[in-house]
Design a protein around this ligand. Structure first.
Ligand SMILES: Nc1ncnc2c1ncn2[C@@H]1O[C@H](COP(=O)(O)OP(=O)(O)OP(=O)(O)O)[C@@H](O)[C@H]1O
Length: 656
């Protein structure tokens, strides 16, 4: 309670007592308040905020948009110069100033400077900088309000969450009709554009990829000296291909490099060789690439790859005679890295394996930790660190502090997406991961999207054969009647079920399961050269992440290519994969996820279930497991704030 009072007091102090010189005076005053009085104060604070917002909205609507945006950019310039001024001071001096003002003193120097500037701005203008960025994003909304959303044209999208977009990004978002940012984008893009390090903690399918890519690609568009790099680390090669595919739609041509294996990261020649692949001999394609190369004359700035591939590229894998990137070049790359993005950060940084089972725990640092620490050291902490996941807990934040060389409990600001749990987490919060849910239980602050329906089908799982037979019956039931051949299904084999992807595919083919099962990874790996890998990924996923493209599995395929990966055309599909490789993958319009066996834990389940029900669409997750595991999974209900409905195999036919 005392911690809460202190925390509340800081917020109150910042809002209402800017002229009280002594923070302690204010603290004493508030700590002395009874819980009822505190509640009253909170209500007062909320009402005042609403009043301020409505006043501002009236004035905004009455002023000319063009003038507003000019004023805003002038104000942003002033803010920027003020931040630069503070950056020249020693960190301890800034901390001292923050302490005097009763503000939190944790964080990196750039974040501290921004906090101070934000506070001063609030004192001077009576409104916060956060409101300011909201106002600037509303400029875009106002512009769009004048047109019907269906006919949103690229010209309307020059401003997205306060970012003045390049024509390329405007066109991409315009085509995709992304007229409104998602909550996580609206909250995080303005902060990232100002150079703050953040942890994006938002549900699966909430648009985190675009949230972290846009500020980077736009900065690359504006970069004059072309001397800064971004490293985007992912847990798998497939996710890297997906992210690189989205980035290459937004960034200047020739600046995105997909790193799929250890390679010389600073060699442009090697980059172009890898883009084309060995077997790409289509003269038109080579001509278009060469033309692009000549036109852009840019070298890669955005390196996207699995953390392992990037680490081995920088340091070798211990078996290589020398590291693929020469030491001086690697040092140069690390010291010029301005952004490090850790997508699926919990998978990248936390040890896998069952709790308490020391045998499965790796003794070594994870590749992402090695690369991120190296960048933090080489840039003296100036690099902006952006971490993203739907599952962010205290252990992860502690780990992030450790690898960034910060004191414990000091980590980048956590930004949450979603309507109900929209409060950004403060440095001194009680718990980032857990909140009291509507049912009064303590559950995850960010959980499975409400558009996902969760089912549990208890079956006889006494042998692998029984499990596979039951999985087949579930798939058969899903493909009967009206839904025949139409459903897009992803089957995830958990580690616990003990069945490999190849065995499952073999058995299902033996049962003559329709549509014919395919390994998700095999489909994605049928590519030569990074360009083709990205293209295959786009075709399989049915989306670039920025607008839809025609899919490998859809009937109308605009893409005229007779390569093997496009040979078959169908609307429904059945893809099979393991628990480890589904992280972050986006399969557009996926209807059902069938999970065989019990996932490792509720966090892993959140990610598996999150392959469907993305970006506001509906989806179903059917868990096929034995009675004991069915009870265990249903025990996650309160924690995940979702309901697991019990289902018999025969009832599945009735699911629409
Ligand atoms: N502003 C937007 N408006 C509408 N749709 C959007 C917007 N931004 C992103 N999307 C859509 O949301 C989909 C999911 O986004 P994304 O892949 O970034 O999710 P994510 O939050 O990274 O999920 P995960 O945690 O599973 O990785 C994208 O394919 C894209 O089509």
């Amino acid at each position: 309670l005392q911690q809460f009072s202190m925390h509340y007091c800081h917020a109150f102090h910042a809002h209402y007592c800017p002229r009280i010189a002594s923070k302690s005076k204010c603290t004493r005053l508030l700590v002395a308040l009874s819980p009822e009085e505190q509640a009253l104060e909170r209500t007062k604070q909320h009402l005042l905020k609403l009043q301020r917002n409505s006043k501002r909205r009236t004035t905004t609507s009455s002023t000319d948009d063009a003038t507003t945006s000019k004023e805003l950019s002038k104000e942003l310039e002033m803010i920027e110069s003020k931040i630069q001024e503070y950056l020249r001071l020693p960190a301890n001096t800034i901390k001292e100033m923050l302490r005097d003002k009763g503000l939190p003193t944790k964080g990196r120097k750039p974040d501290l400077s921004k906090r101070l500037v934000e506070y001063e701005w609030q004192l001077e203008h009576g409104r916060s900088l956060k409101d300011e960025t909201e106002a600037s994003s509303s400029v875009m909304t106002n512009v769009d309000d004048n047109t019907t959303p269906q006919s949103a044209s690229p010209a309307n999208l020059i401003n997205f969450c306060g970012l003045s977009l390049s024509p390329t990004a405007s066109r991409a978002l315009g085509t995709a009709q992304f007229t409104e940012p998602t909550p996580i984008q609206a909250r995080s893009i303005p902060l990232m554009a100002r150079g703050e390090s953040v942890i994006l903690h938002a549900a699966t399918g909430s648009g985190k990829t675009l949230a972290y890519l846009l500020p980077i690609t736009e900065a690359i568009w504006q970069g004059e000296d072309d001397d800064e790099f971004a490293m985007i680390l992912t847990p798998t090669r497939e996710l890297a291909a997906q992210v690189a595919g989205v980035a290459s739609v937004l960034a200047p041509p020739g600046t995105v490099r997909l790193v799929t294996h250890p390679t010389n990261l600073m060699s442009d020649q090697q980059y172009w060789r890898e883009r084309r692949g060995r077997s790409v001999n289509d003269p038109d394609r080579i001509a278009s690439l060469t033309q692009q190369e000549d036109a852009s004359r840019r070298s890669p700035r955005l390196l996207v790859g699995s953390a392992k591939a990037i680490m081995h590229s920088l340091y070798g894998d211990g078996k290589m005679p020398a590291s693929p990137t020469r030491k001086p070049a690697a040092k140069e790359l690390l010291s010029k890295t301005r952004w490090v993005v850790l997508d699926e950060v919990d998978r990248l940084l936390l040890q896998q394996g069952n709790k308490g089972n020391s045998v499965t725990k790796s003794q070594h640092e994870k590749p992402a930790a090695i690369v991120t620490s190296a960048v933090a050291r080489r840039t003296l902490g100036r690099a902006q660190v952006i971490a993203a996941s739907a599952t962010v807990g205290r252990t992860l934040k502690r780990e992030l502090s450790r690898i960034l060389g910060l004191p414990p409990k000091e980590y980048p600001r956590v930004i949450r997406g979603g309507e109900s749990t929209g409060d950004d987490e403060d440095d001194d919060d009680v718990s980032a991961t857990e909140i009291e849910t509507s049912t009064g239980h303590v559950g995850r602050a960010v959980t499975i999207p409400a558009t996902v329906e969760n089912y549990v089908v208890p079956v006889d799982a006494s042998s692998v054969g029984n499990v596979l037979t039951n999985a087949f019956l579930v798939l058969k039931a899903l493909n009967e009647g009206e839904q025949k051949g139409k459903r897009k299904i992803l089957m995830v084999l958990t580690k616990g079920c003990g069945i490999s992807t190849q065995n499952a595919i073999g058995a299902l083919k033996h049962f003559r399961c329709q549509p014919e099962p395919m390994s998700l990874l095999d489909v994605l790996q049928a590519a030569d050269g990074t360009d083709q890998l990205m293209e295959v990924h786009r075709q399989v996923s049915g989306s670039t992440g920025v607008g839809e493209t025609s899919s490998y599995f859809q009937n109308e395929i605009a893409y005229e290519d007779n390569s093997s990966y496009l040979a078959e055309k169908r609307s429904g599909y059945l893809l099979i994969t393991g628990e480890d490789s589904v992280r972050g993958l986006h399969l557009d319009g996926l209807d059902v996820v069938v999970v065989v066996g019990r996932p490792r834990g509720p966090d892993e389940y959140t990610h598996i279930a999150g392959r469907t029900g993305r970006a506001g669409r509906s989806g179903k997750v059917i868990n096929v497991l034995n009675q004991q595991h069915a009870t265990a999974v249903r025990g996650w209900e309160k924690m995940l704030n979702v309901e697991f409905s019990l289902l018999e195999i025969d009832d599945i036919r009735a699911l629409t």
